[in-house]
Design a binder for this molecule. Structure first.
Ligand code: HEC
Length: 173
């Protein structure tokens, strides 16, 4: 009988230990998740969450972004003229300007909040790539740059490419 009591106590003890461990984990989770937690800044919090729960499966890739070589074979089907450049400018204002900036220099209003730099379209190393390479990158996205083929048609992506190439050209006006 005594032995049985002891066994039951042991079982309870185990349950209590398990339960407190569970509560501990929950509290830990809430403290990391709590939006107004001053201990960690947003970036650290994001980092912690990404580490512990893998909410962000992709690690930030800071290497030079290179499109597959086949992308160079893609040809831009959109003529460059006043009409298509105006269309490109409108697509840019709505979908790209917040990060890449009014002047295409990567200094848009949202850019400061990102952990990766928004590409400067006037940078010579950007300009020298093919339209096909740009098309591939805009469609696929990387890091903070989301895949744009979800919101834009292929035609719209080619149209905006013609427009972003004008940032590096001296203004004719
Ligand atoms: C939320 C911010 C954001 C928006 C919106 C955005 N971009 Fe980007 N873009 C970035 C960032 C950040 C990078 C750099 C990504 C990297 O190197 O990992 C980038 C990179 C690029 C690149 C590749 C540059 C290179 O390395 O050659 C192109 C092209 C580009 N963006 C075009 C666009 C176009 C066109 C749009 C609108 C249709 C757009 N982006 C919208 C943030 C943004």
């Amino acid at each position: 009988m005594k032995l049985l009591m002891k066994e039951i106590k042991m079982k309870h003890l185990k349950n209590i230990v398990l339960l407190s461990a569970l509560v501990g984990v929950c509290l830990g989770f809430i403290s990391v998740k709590s939006p107004n937690q001053p201990i960690f800044g947003n970036i650290e919090k994001e980092y912690l969450l990404s580490k512990s729960f893998n909410f962000y499966p992709q690690e930030k890739d800071t290497s030079k972004w290179v499109a597959p070589a086949e992308a160079d074979n893609l040809k831009n089907p959109i003529d460059v003229n006043e009409k298509t450049l105006t269309e490109g400018s409108t697509i840019y204002k709505i979908n790209c300007r917040s990060c890449h900036g009014r002047l295409g220099d990567g200094k848009g209003v949202e850019a400061a909040d990102l952990s990766t730099l928004s590409t400067n379209f006037t940078d010579p190393s950007f300009v020298k790539q093919s339209d096909g390479s740009m098309f591939w990158k805009i469609s696929h996205g990387r890091n903070d740059m989301k895949p744009m083929n979800v919101v834009l048609s292929e035609k719209e992506i080619w149209t905006v490419i013609n427009f972003i190439k004008t940032f590096s050209q001296p203004s004719k006006e």
